[in-house]
Write a protein that binds this ligand. Structure first.
Ligand code: AMP
Ligand code: MG
Length: 417
């Protein structure tokens, strides 16, 4: 058995980013940029009014006051007819181009319009008027030729808007890894079925698929494989076309735990089998050499909670590496135990906890971690109530009330507090 950190570095050594590909904006969301993005035109492309009102020459107004003749009107999308002369004003709407010669916009609230004998005038009282008021000059936001987004950035929804602003509808991004998910076990039936005698529903398939998506991968559902060599080999072969193959079940020491040797028969080289960890000890990891980068194969233990722990510790970082995402692991926070804990065995142990109190950072008391009445690694129901997993390192058996421990936050912990 190897230690958690050794297992992780053996995985990451073998996890190379996928080749960049050109993608449309909708596909590129959440992906990592593999090029710098340069602006093609000044933005805004013209001096732009930021308010509804009148475009004026600021120096025409003494102490902010004056009466000007209204000669034109421009709405967003219009082009001003002619340059504005001193003594004149142009009615202007938000987003419209400011006429040449004008250097300020006076908002409607400071103006009174008058029409008499076919002549329109505007009386202005705006003490604060100054050149540039309520105008965003051409290129003030981004200049042509400027880099707006840099290589290595994970694209957000805001970035999609910015890319559109600078005329980019396609960008070079690292592809999202394709991750095949294959739960194994003769006892498994799909979630839509009512289990017969000796059968249970396949929880791991949907859970692992969702975890893959949350990690930035594209899940590929391979259904369920029964514990026979031929069926396992057939299904695994399909999975080995993808960047990553995640199996669940069949990696312990039982007579029907056939996964490791079927994988070896298919040419997958074992890197390790067994990690000093609870739950999750039977984890298997191997690689299938491939021209486009090795396929990574994870054999997770069948118990759902063991599978989840292994996913968070080892598979999530591997998906991030293939997607060229920064290695951001699940956040760990310090918390004080509300109950004593007895650590049996010699493996680092993750245990589900509820967090109470809301001062997680700063000088206040650390949040409290209450141990849940967890029935072990098959008990997903209790895990669904957990905010996180408290880590009890190996080597100590008694943890007292109020002792500080580290807690890895799960989804509920991230969103509920
Ligand atoms: P195994 O690792 O194959 O020995 O499985 C360990 C335990 O996890 C057994 O009790 C299995 O029935 C259970 N198990 C295996 N696969 C799944 C699955 N996909 N969903 C729910 N439980 C599972
Ligand atoms: Mg099994």
């Amino acid at each position: 058995m190897i230690e958690i950190h050794q297992a992780l570095s053996m995985i990451l050594e073998r996890a190379r980013p996928r080749a960049p590909e050109r993608q449309g904006l909708d596909q590129a969301l959440g992906r990592v940029l593999a090029e710098d993005v340069i602006n093609d035109i000044d933005s805004p492309p013209y001096d732009k009014a930021l308010m509804d009102g009148y475009a004026v020459v600021a120096s025409d107004l003494r102490g902010g006051r004056g009466e000007l003749m209204v000669v034109d009107e421009v709405a967003a999308g219009d082009i001003p007819c002619e340059p504005l002369q001193s003594g004149m004003a142009t009615r202007i709407m938000t987003g419209a181009p400011v006429p040449r010669g004008a250097d300020a916009i006076v908002v409607d609230e400071c103006c009174r319009m008058d029409e008499a004998g076919g002549i329109t005038t505007v009386r202005i009282d705006d003490r604060d008027v100054r050149p540039g008021q309520h105008i965003l000059g051409r290129g003030r936001s981004v200049r042509r030729g400027e880099t707006v987004l840099q290589i290595g950035r994970r694209l957000s929804a805001i970035d999609a808007g910015l890319l559109a602003e600078v005329g980019r509808t396609q960008v070079l991004v690292h592809a999202s890894p394709r991750v095949a998910v294959l739960p194994t076990g003769t006892e498994l039936v799909p979630a839509c079925d009512v289990p017969g005698p000796g059968q249970i529903r396949n929880s791991n398939g949907p859970m692992l698929g969702a975890l893959v998506s949350s990690a930035g991968g594209q899940p590929v559902d391979l259904g369920i494989a029964r514990d026979t060599e031929s069926e396992l080999a057939r299904q695994m072969n399909r999975g080995l076309h993808e960047d990553i193959l995640i199996l669940s079940g069949g990696v312990s020491a039982g007579d029907f735990d056939l996964v490791p040797h079927v994988l070896r028969d298919l040419g997958v080289e074992q890197v390790f089998h067994g990690v000093r960890l609870k739950p999750g000890r039977p984890l298997w990891f191997g690689v299938l050499p491939h021209a486009k980068g090795s396929r990574l194969v994870f054999g997770l233990p069948g118990n759902p909670v063991s599978g989840l722990v292994c996913f968070e510790l080892f598979v999530r970082p591997a998906i991030a590496a293939l997607a060229a995402l920064p290695q951001v692991s699940r956040p760990m926070i310090a918390a004080r135990l509300s109950d004593p804990f007895r650590h049996t065995g010699d493996r680092p142990t993750y245990f589900p906890v509820r967090l109470e109190g809301d001062r997680w950072e700063g000088d206040g008391d650390p949040v409290q971690a209450r141990l849940l009445d967890w029935k072990g690694s098959a008990d997903l129901r209790t895990l669904a109530c957990a905010d996180g997993l408290a880590l009890f390192p190996a080597g100590r058996s008694e943890y007292a009330l109020d002792e500080t421990v580290q807690v890895m936050l799960l989804e509920r912990g991230l969103f509920a507090h």
